[in-house]
Design a binder for this molecule. Structure first.
Ligand code: THU
Length: 140
């Protein structure tokens, strides 16, 4: 199921701009073990952009995904609700967020739109509602 939704025209940051920020953050990834660099960029209601990249560790399980680094950056500096998050990998598109990141994203942004490159589809990006990616989240 791929329920592509529209990017609201009132948002002053374009999907291409958000993807470009995520692409630039792929360059900041620290991924010497998986060699799978990822960048993420999230957009808030105030049109702020916060980014992240994956940060691996020699103790592999301590790895942090790009999306969760972006959430940490946002949480430290903004109270504005999250509207969208772009996720880009060096070697594949779309790079869907992992299950752990879906759980973390829905905690802060249950209605976030997830923007992904689609290399198979004439480069037209995918924009997927969180509810489709993660319909039954754990909530205590
Ligand atoms: N990774 C992310 O950064 N985000 C995802 O949603 C999936 C996986 C990272 C974790 C690890 O550093 C590498 O990609 C390979 O799993």
């Amino acid at each position: 199921m791929q329920n592509n939704v529209d990017w609201p025209s009132v948002w002053a940051v374009s999907p291409e701009q958000l993807l470009e920020t995520a692409r630039s953050l792929v360059q900041r990834a620290y991924a010497p073990y998986s060699r799978f660099p990822v960048g993420a960029a999230l957009l808030t209601e105030k049109m702020e952009v916060f980014g992240g990249c994956n940060i691996e560790n020699g103790s592999y399980g301590l790895t942090i995904c790009a999306e969760r680094v972006a959430i940490g950056n946002w949480r430290c500096r903004s109270d504005a609700p999250i509207l969208a998050i772009a996720i880009v990998a060096a070697d594949i598109g779309p790079c869907y967020p992992c299950g752990a990141c879906r759980q973390v994203l829905q905690e802060f942004a249950p209605d976030v739109k997830v923007l992904l490159e689609d290399w198979e589809n004439g480069k037209k990006p995918l924009l997927l509602p969180m509810q489709d990616l993660y319909p039954y989240p754990f909530r205590p």
